[in-house]
Design a protein around this ligand. Structure first.
Ligand SMILES: [Zn+2]
Ligand SMILES: [Zn+2]
Length: 353
């Protein structure tokens, strides 16, 4: 059913037209199919992966063909529903789950749709993303937002879902000591989820003062500035040389993975969540082997966004302060540039549309 809102026949969309170049173009508003919904996009978070496409035009084998729209951390208002859609009403606030897995392959059928090779993921070539006014998604990908969860929090549910999924995958348990290297939105999500999972002590490290301050506010017990001290030395000192049960690499930097290995305790678990620019990681193999460390690579998330929305609605997960900057659609390039250069204390930059 078509709503009475501000639905138009054309819309503005922010296209990457070359590396580091964005242009606003006027394009038709799509029409939802039988089981689909047209969403008036209101907020889209800028993610590290968007920055990779903006800067390098690729993440590994996923290469952008210009012009292309990025953006996948989206929330908005239902503008129109396809004839067979049930349970979603025009005007309703929704968060968008950006991944559409095939639903039929072995990993889909065994509960790992995040690994589906046929997944269509918003803002990942060749599927155009959400930096635009209107988007059609399958109804199954929309998560209704309760009244007390904002659209911005709906957008944050995507990176938060990665944190929750990773926390589950690495089995952070009651009383574990946890270290998080990198306090960007993903590191902060890990921090919130590790805290909720019952971690006893959380150590966090980041170069950016605003990110360290946010980590402290969100519950880190110790926060380190790697420019001023050696976090490895500090963490080992604070754990009587034993290290911690769980370490997370959430900066995508070669040295932070080495720090994660070095600070892990005997039989520790290392979660690798950051996306490095180079294809190869280096790890200190003697240390990893002697300690018999388990490594967990984390690919996006599965079955986690609804959970973080519930946690936000019930007041158990407070993400205030995570959004540090806001830009209108016509200034997407500025937001991407800011995030790319880690300027101005950026944590999460949000596009308001
Ligand atoms: Zn993301
Ligand atoms: Zn599949």
């Amino acid at each position: 059913m078509r709503g009475q809102g501000d639905k138009m026949s054309t819309q503005q969309a922010a296209y990457l037209v070359a590396k580091e170049k964005v242009e606003i173009q006027e394009v038709p508003v799509p029409v939802p199919g039988t089981d689909e919904v047209l969403v008036r996009i209101k907020t889209v978070g800028i993610c590290g992966s968007d920055v990779h496409y903006f800067r390098e035009g690729r993440i590994g084998e996923q290469v952008v063909t210009f012009p292309f729209i990025v953006g996948h951390e989206a929330a908005g208002i239902v503008a129109e529903t396809g004839p067979k859609v049930k349970g979603l009403l025009t005007g309703q606030k929704v968060a968008i789950d950006p991944g559409v897995p095939c639903g039929k392959c072995e990993v889909c059928l065994t509960g790992k749709p995040n690994l589906c090779l046929k997944v269509r993921f918003l803002g990942t070539p060749p599927i155009e993303g959400a930096f635009r006014e209107y988007l059609v998604m399958p109804a199954a990908n929309l998560i209704p937002l309760p009244d007390n969860v904002t659209l911005e929090e709906g957008s944050l549910s995507e990176p938060l879902a990665v944190g929750l999924y990773a926390t589950r995958l690495v089995s952070v348990a009651l009383d574990d000591k946890v270290t998080i290297f990198g306090c960007g939105p993903i590191g902060l999500s890990l921090l919130l989820c590790a805290r909720l999972a019952g971690a006893s002590t959380i150590f966090a490290s980041d170069l950016i003062p605003e990110r360290r301050a946010c980590a402290k506010r969100l519950g880190a017990d110790y926060v380190f500035d790697p420019k001023k001290c050696d976090p490895v030395k500090e963490i080992l000192g604070l754990t009587q040389g034993k290290g911690v049960q769980v370490t997370f690499e959430a900066a995508g930097q070669p040295e932070t993975l080495i720090q994660a290995v070095t600070t892990a305790a005997l039989s520790g678990r290392v979660g690798i969540v950051g996306i490095p620019i180079e294809d190869y990681w280096q790890i200190p193999s003697y240390s990893a082997r002697r300690k018999e460390l388990a490594f967990f690579n984390v690919r996006r998330s599965a079955f986690a966004a609804e959970k973080v929305i519930d946690l936000m609605a019930s007041g158990k997960m407070d993400v205030k302060g995570m959004v540090s900057h806001r830009f209108p659609l016509e200034r997407v390039a500025e937001g991407l540039q800011l995030a790319a250069e880690y300027r101005d204390g950026v944590i999460k930059a949000m596009i308001d549309i």
